[in-house]
Design a protein around this ligand. Structure first.
Ligand SMILES: CSCCC(=O)C(=O)O
Ligand SMILES: [Fe+2]
Ligand code: NI
Length: 261
């Protein structure tokens, strides 16, 4: 198996170098005997890693860590509304399926449980690589434009890897490294962007509640209702000061009412 897959990888890289890949070969099912991504996912990674990055990005696919490194914990991410599971993929998913319908019922029970409990009733599967993604260069540019969405962004990495960058509440970029098995939820209204890493291969499931909304709302979007909702939910100081102003006005109004009676 090991021999087989290294052979397949050598073949893949060779063919890639000769420009042999076409859309047809991006169908993993049809080409599964020789199509393997040119990388292996790391063994049983149990958690994502995140770190602060600088604003000056020369190569978006590089790690872009601060020097010295400034790590960001899972709990810091939770405070921003970003949640994560690690579910090693149990099925062999196709390279592309828009939408994706499980063939023989849902085999991945853990994924099915998350989909049910969070209402992700639509899913599709895409492969980001130069061979498989039509209009590759423009898509990569669009993915890396800072934006928000009016819904959650939910991605399950099936093979390969990539980075989601999110802004913290002080507007600093945090880079989150995802690889096969990582399922991430970015909340509605968080500023974010996506890039592949130096390996240039991400095979992912995109999950949605109801009709998929993937229109990006590029920054500036500070007055967009989704951004305002995000700040209400996740910016504690702002929420408490808004609440104290509201309750102060309430108190005054009640006072006036009493005076009038
Ligand atoms: C990891 S999926 C490809 C990127 C994407 O869907 C996005 O940036 O919204
Ligand atoms: Fe997106
Ligand atoms: Ni997005």
């Amino acid at each position: 198996m090991l021999l087989h897959s290294s052979f397949a990888q050598i073949l893949f890289v060779n063919n890639l170098a000769q420009g042999k890949y076409s859309d047809r070969q991006c169908n993993f099912e049809a080409a599964s005997t020789f199509f393997e991504p040119p990388i292996e996912s790391p063994p049983a990674m149990t958690s994502i890693e995140a770190w602060y990055m600088g604003n000056n990005v020369v190569d978006q696919t590089a790690e872009n860590r601060m020097d010295p490194n400034e790590p960001v914990t899972i709990s810091d991410l939770r405070d921003l509304g970003v949640i994560h599971w690690h579910l090693p993929p149990v099925e062999d998913y196709p390279a592309k399926a828009v939408p994706w319908e499980p063939k023989n019922g849902i085999q991945d029970k853990q994924l099915a449980a998350i989909r049910d409990s969070r209402g992700y009733n639509y899913a599709d599967i895409i492969t980001c690589s130069e061979e498989c993604l039509p209009d590759y260069h423009n898509k990569l540019k669009a993915f890396f434009e800072e934006h928000i969405h009016s819904d959650e962004e939910v991605r399950y990495i099936l093979k390969g890897s990539g980075y989601f960058d999110v802004r913290d509440l002080k507007d600093r970029w945090i880079r989150i490294r995802l690889s096969a098995g990582d399922l991430i939820v970015l909340p509605e209204g968080i500023y974010h962007r996506f890039t592949m890493d130096t390996k240039n291969f991400t095979h992912a499931m995109r999950l949605f509640k109801g009709v998929p909304v993937w229109t990006p709302i590029n920054r500036p979007a500070d007055t967009h209702p989704s951004r305002e909702r995000y700040l209400q939910r996740f910016q504690p100081e702002e929420r408490s000061s808004t609440w104290s102003i509201v309750s102060c006005f309430r108190g005054l109004a009640q006072g006036w009412q009493k005076l009038g009676n």
